[in-house]
Design a protein around this ligand. Structure first.
Ligand code: OXD
Ligand code: MN
Length: 583
């Protein structure tokens, strides 16, 4: 197969000339192709079949031990002006960026097959979807892209019709962290990634295209590309609200999106549209609608069990690629938090020895098609997307942030999102558990200066009088002994119900300097073992700590200098003076 789109053919020829592959394979996206690549990888040891009786069609990939997470320090946005990438990104000039990686791509595919993967982010027929082509020398990337995106012949046909696509060039190179770079050239809609096979660095449709490049495109085209799950919440009366929630990596987006309602809420249903990325566009009536550009999940495995996320637990018993989990004697996958079985081999493939650390890597992952999810919403394929009633920000905060609060209005909501912070997780290389600012959960993914990004968010107010309400949640509050105050998981639906009731003006709220909070008994705690005192703590505002938090945020804003919109500074000062007045 080749293409009639000369720009694409030229690019493929140009890449082949530089990387010198042995053969070129244009991916059709067929099931046979998937199976042939799986067989090839089983033969060369890249994949191992798991127990096919209990885990049909499941395979295990153990990565190079240095290649287990996103590498934010090696991820660059290459713009002519450093200020366009902003202090939130590593910067290189486009000329230096290309030169740096092109040298590594020279001859990089010798003796390998070069795969050309046309893909479509979003439903093939949606006007909101955007396409790309990833060239890679990794069959592991191809099979993951098959599970995660609409890829192959149908995508190629759309690309040939559109004539426009994002170019993504990837090679695993020699997996040497010294020769690993993830480079973005937003002006050229070009991504070059070398030296890593890890999902967030190598499945270029995901973070590189659907967030970093798409956020750049979205600003100029008037839409939003966000690190958000999308879910539908149906009440017993059959009324469904859709919400989009932005939480940092490994903070429970997948679990929330697939939530199973608690026993005390019979008749409620959850419909999952997406667990990681939302593209939001205004329709002709000014309603903000969301599509999920992806069609599969690349989720964190540890902690997944029948209690925390039964839908995910069931979904990954078939047709799943596991990366860096442990294995039992019976060749079943195993991870910390799995209720049954015990590990015989760890994620490095070594006999399990607890003194050597966890059996499964804390950032071990499953890749699976979204259609495997028992709570999959057919509307995930709807070209027009779904209308969003609420945007919810959140993070992991042991202290400070209450269980839930609502922003006063859109402008305040932008401040709430911009000032969000969270404890770091194993999804990126680096120290785990330290608080960092993660505006809109986009710190690692915004493809341009955060100052300009906040301006773009603020500008949406001029576009519509039907904007969603904005909320903030924190499932992770702890007491002084490190116990979680809120049970989380399915019980989070109780909080989502309050959010929807607020959207429908069905419940009141208490006004505070940080926004509107529920009264402690506004959140139904029937059948929960939680004291009135805990609910009081979860729904109170520690004014002194918030003043400190607010002052830290002022310093953070200053680091973006003149690019910070005055409107955001004014809003921040308004909250600061409310906090002063109240304390
Ligand atoms: C992810 C991440 O894999 O955010 O989704 O790191
Ligand atoms: Mn993510």
């Amino acid at each position: 197969m080749t293409t009639k789109l000369s720009a694409l053919q030229r690019w493929v020829d140009e890449v082949a000339a530089r990387t010198q592959p042995e053969t070129i394979h244009w991916c059709t996206g067929s099931d046979d192709e998937y199976q042939q690549l799986v067989d090839l990888m089983v033969e060369d040891g890249t994949l191992s079949p798991l127990n096919q009786e209990t885990y049909p069609n499941c395979y295990l990939h153990l990565s190079d031990p240095t290649d287990v997470a996103r590498v934010e320090h090696l991820t660059y946005v290459c713009t002519e002006e450093p200020d366009d990438a902003g202090p939130n990104n590593n910067w290189m000039s486009p000329a230096d960026g290309h030169a740096r990686v092109d040298a590594l791509f020279d001859g990089a595919m010798q003796g390998r097959t070069m795969y050309v993967i046309p893909y479509c982010m979003g439903p093939i027929t949606s006007p909101y979807s955007r396409c790309g082509v990833e060239i890679t020398d990794s069959p592991y990337v191809v099979v993951n892209m098959k599970l995660m995106t609409r890829m192959g012949s149908a995508a190629l046909e759309r690309i040939e019709r559109d004539g426009k696509f994002v170019r993504g060039l990837h090679s695993t190179g020699d997996l040497d962290p010294e020769r690993r770079f993830i480079m973005h050239f937003p002006d050229e809609l070009y991504i070059k990634s070398i030296g890593s096979g890890y999902g967030g660095n190598a499945l270029l449709g995901k973070k590189c295209h659907a967030l970093r490049i798409a956020s750049w495109q979205a600003r100029s085209e008037g839409w939003m590309a966000e690190h958000m799950l999308i879910m539908g919440i149906e009440n017993p009366e059959g009324e469904t609200h859709y919400i989009a929630c932005a939480f940092p990596s490994a903070c429970g987006k997948t679990n929330l999106a697939m939530l199973i309602p608690p026993h005390s809420m019979p008749g409620w249903k959850i419909h999952t549209l997406g667990d990681d990325i939302a593209w939001l566009h205004f329709d002709d009536d000014g309603c903000l609608r969301a599509i999920n550009p992806e069609s599969g999940y690349f989720g964190v495995v540890p902690g997944t069990n029948e209690e925390t996320n039964k839908n995910a637990y069931d979904m990954i018993t078939r047709d799943t690629i596991f990366t860096n989990v442990a294995r039992t004697e019976d060749n079943e996958p195993w991870w910390e938090g799995k209720a049954d079985g015990k590990p015989a081999y760890d994620w490095r493939g070594q006999p399990y020895d607890p003194s050597q650390g966890k059996a499964a890597h804390p950032n071990s992952r499953f890749t699976v098609a979204a259609t495997n999810n028992p709570s999959y919403s057919e509307l995930a394929d709807a070209p027009e997307g779904v209308p969003i009633s609420a945007i919810v920000f959140g993070g992991r905060r042991k202290r400070l942030a209450p269980l839930v609060y609502e922003a006063r209005d859109w402008k305040h909501g932008v401040l709430v999102g911009a000032s969000a912070g969270s404890e770091t997780t194993a999804a990126a290389i680096g120290e785990v558990g330290v608080i960092r600012r993660d505006p809109m959960a986009m710190k690692p993914f915004c493809g341009y200066n955060f100052g300009d990004y906040w301006r773009h968010w603020l500008s949406l107010e001029e576009r519509s009088d039907k904007l969603p309400k904005i909320f903030h949640v924190n499932w992770f509050r702890q007491d002084d002994d490190g116990n979680f105050l809120w049970p989380g998981f399915g019980e989070n639906l109780r909080v989502l119900k309050w959010i929807i009731d607020r959207c429908e003006d069905r419940v009141g709220a208490r006004e505070t300097p940080i926004g509107y909070l529920p009264e402690p008994d506004d959140i139904d705690t029937a059948e929960l073992d939680i004291s009135a005192e805990t609910m009081r703590v979860l729904s109170s505002v520690d004014l002194d700590r918030w003043r400190i938090e607010n002052a830290h945020f002022a310093t953070y804003l200053d680091s973006f200098g003149e690019r910070v919109p005055q409107e955001l500074r004014d809003e921040h000062e308004r909250v600061a003076s409310e906090l002063d007045k109240a304390s």
